[in-house]
Ligand binder design. Structure first.
Ligand code: ATP
Ligand code: MG
Length: 419
């Protein structure tokens, strides 16, 4: 199947908004077995939109557009596509009522301009928007109904704001595509690993997976800061069996490194494990600047397990707030095993947590020495029974350095808590 994605929005072309729909929709579609063949981003201009949609109509089985369904003068998608397909726009009483309700619930009068959002191209399916006003639209297009070349195409229009588009896709579009377009069974499973490079990951599984590859298994690797994903997929009647057999092999060979599946993030796994074990966590962060606490608190339910964290960036903060001894700081320096240990012990006591983690390191670009080059990090993990320090060398620019260090902390925590 030929799948094309058209992202509209002048703000994308000006670099003012990151085109997250491109990644998000491609990922979701791939999970359904629908791999996007072409994606374009274009400005909100009628000529651009018309050209792009006309071009895609000449090729694709499924076309998805994003943006331009709102009420302002730069929102042109609905009208242009109706015009292109020679469909009349008809006011839909249900949609108008939904829009009115949307504003009524917020105690606001409905702006007159929003009435355009209630116009629906003849024959289009309305995708209700629970998180906004402009509904999405799905159209089944049957070209040359009489000719043997007749083919069915689907055109789906989604609203621009991610918080509107994402639930709409998951709740309404994915089931529609499964029903109408995904003929063959498709199964995919992603195993997420940490603490191991992508080439080693491949080395450890590739050979053993070969027989399954011959039976249709596809293997994909994706390296990210501090994690490598292995994606297994297959199509057809045996898809489920083949992927399950592949998963077993990957599990067996990479067991120590697998932290989760599909959309699992490490912080979610940490929160889940701590919740299950009814244990709590405290943090003392220096060089990660609160990133670990930030990621933990992105997880719903974090309050069950997260006692608190301190960003102790200066020596004074390490000393006064976490109780790191002055002579330890003086003798060993802020980036040292001894300081890491005292930071973690201090945080664990202050917050009364079961586990605590501390991080202290040299993010660079300045501040490195021969003994402690830029990238040096000490991580300390303290539990009821032990305190352990690891020294690592993360040579990256500052932001990646923080990300990678946080990944290492999470990976270690996961191992420690599961043990
Ligand atoms: P609205 O009713 O809000 O006008 P719309 O369907 O007309 O919605 P747009 O006007 O194109 O959509 O986009 C609205 C906002 O949604 C943009 O300002 C932008 O913040 C966000 N947005 C649009 N397209 C994308 C995209 N491809 N990736 C990420 N965000 C996007
Ligand atoms: Mg708009």
């Amino acid at each position: 199947l030929n799948v094309e994605l058209i992202n509209t929005g002048s703000e994308l072309m000006l670099g003012r908004v990151l085109n997250t729909h491109q990644q998000w929709l491609c990922r979701r579609l791939a999970d359904l077995g629908l791999v996007v063949t072409r994606q374009v981003a274009i400005a909100d201009s009628s000529a651009e939109i018309k050209n792009a949609v006309a071009e895609s109509l000449a090729r694709a089985d499924l076309i998805i557009t994003t943006g331009g369904l709102g009420p302002t003068s730069d929102d042109l998608t609905r009208e242009l596509i109706a015009e292109l397909l020679g469909k009349k726009l008809i006011q839909d009483a249900n949609v108008l009522r939904d829009i009115e309700n949307y504003f009524a619930r917020r105690n606001r009068p409905r702006p007159a301009q929003t009435r355009v959002e209630a116009f629906v191209p003849e024959g289009a399916m309305v995708l209700q928007n629970k998180n906004g006003t402009a509904p999405g639209l799905a159209m089944k297009i049957q070209s040359n109904a009489q000719s043997p070349k007749s083919k069915v195409q689907w055109l789906v229009m989604l609203p621009g704001p991610p918080r509107e588009l994402r639930p709409m896709f998951d709740e309404l579009v994915a089931p529609l595509l499964k029903r109408e377009l995904v003929a063959e069974k498709f199964v995919c499973r992603t195993l997420r690993t940490s603490g191991i490079g992508e080439s080693v990951v491949q080395e450890k599984i590739e050979m053993e997976l070969q027989p399954l590859v011959l039976r249709g298994l596809e293997i994909g690797y994706c390296a990210r800061p501090g994690a490598v994903d292995v994606r297994l997929s297959a199509r057809g009647a045996n898809a489920k069996k083949i992927v399950a057999a592949g998963e077993k092999i990957v599990q067996k060979n990479l067991a120590a490194n697998i932290f989760g599946f599909d959309d699992d993030e490490m912080e979610n796994v940490v929160v889940k494990l701590l919740t299950q074990k009814k244990k709590t966590l405290a943090l003392a962060e220096s060089c990660t600047g609160g990133l670990i606490a930030n990621r933990i608190t992105n997880v719903p339910g974090a309050s069950e397990i997260f006692r608190g964290g301190i960003v102790a960036y200066s020596n004074a903060a390490k000393e006064k707030i976490l109780g790191v001894r002055a002579e330890i700081l003086k003798n060993f320096g802020a980036v040292s095993e001894a300081v890491a240990r005292e930071m973690a012990v201090g945080a664990r006591e202050k917050f009364g947590a079961d586990f605590s983690v501390s991080v202290t390191g040299i993010a660079g670009p300045g501040g490195g020495t021969v003994d402690k080059p830029v990238g040096t990090v000490f991580i300390c993990l303290v539990s009821e029974s032990k305190s352990e320090v690891r020294k690592l060398l993360n040579v990256w620019e500052r932001e990646t350095f923080k990300q990678v260090t946080a990944q290492q902390v999470f990976a270690w925590l996961i191992r420690m808590i599961s043990a």
